[in-house]
Design a protein around this ligand. Structure first.
Ligand SMILES: CC(C)(COP(=O)(O)OP(=O)(O)OC[C@H]1O[C@@H](n2cnc3c(N)ncnc32)[C@H](O)[C@@H]1OP(=O)(O)O)[C@@H](O)C(=O)NCCC(=O)NCCS
Length: 191
């Protein structure tokens, strides 16, 4: 059986009914930058996803997410593509691993794709990957109190609201955030 550490050799491709989760490639970046240029997408991200649409930043970023940060077992970063059109519609991350048992999920999607269940369908897959393949016990997602859509995405996937964190570091800012989490408790006899 694959162990936690064995997953960090390359970003694994995951698949849902409508979407593919793949490592970012150079040809995906222009579409991704268009997503990031939209203030509606950035509104609740705390200024945390700056635009890095020039070289050498693009090459450095691709090296970081597909190699350096991955090999340090810090984060999986996926490009979300729609199977039908091949278009890049968003990004999802699972990272901030603690003791190989806990991680945080984060995502953002192109405004044009909102309201079609994409974030929920992808979060379901990433959550399943985290809890059932990596063997995590807890995946959490802090969501700004104003961001009802994102809370709904996680709640539809069985995440529960645990409370409000005040002045929580959010991207490069500080905001009140609702902490949502999904846990998988050990069976009797398991560590
Ligand atoms: C939040 C976001 C990821 C949702 O993506 P999406 O693909 O539209 O999500 P889904 O369609 O899967 O689900 C959205 C749900 O929220 C609901 N919703 C939409 N706006 C809402 C609001 N203001 N308050 C409460 N619920 C809302 C939708 O009705 C839907 O629920 P339903 O399926 O029960 O009808 C997307 O809006 C986004 O990328 N926002 C900008 C970045 C961001 O906020 N990322 C999350 C940071 S924590």
């Amino acid at each position: 059986m694959k162990k936690f550490k064995d997953y960090f050799t390359c970003v694994p491709t995951l698949e849902t009914e409508r979407f593919l989760l793949v490592p970012f490639a150079r040809e995906d970046m222009d579409a991704y930058f268009d997503i990031l240029r939209d203030d509606r997408v950035q509104k609740y991200l705390g200024g945390g996803v700056p635009l890095f649409d020039r070289e050498p930043h693009i090459t450095n970023w691709l090296y970081n997410v597909n190699d350096r940060l991955l090999k340090r077992k810090l984060v999986f970063t996926w490009c979300v593509k729609e199977k039908a059109s091949g278009s890049v519609i968003g990004r999802v991350d699972l990272g901030g691993f603690v003791k190989q048992t806990m991680a945080e999920i984060a995502y953002h999607y192109a405004y044009e794709s909102w309201g079609r269940g994409a974030a929920s369908e992808v979060a379901a897959k990433v959550t399943d990957f985290g809890l059932n393949e990596l063997g995590l016990r807890r995946i959490q997602g802090p969501v700004r109190v104003e961001n009802g859509a994102s809370m709904r995405v996680l709640e539809k996937n069985g995440y529960q609201r645990e409370g409000t964190l005040h002045y929580y570091p959010f991207g490069r800012e500080f905001h009140d955030a609702v902490m949502l989490a999904k846990v998988k408790q050990a069976d009797a006899g398991e560590p």
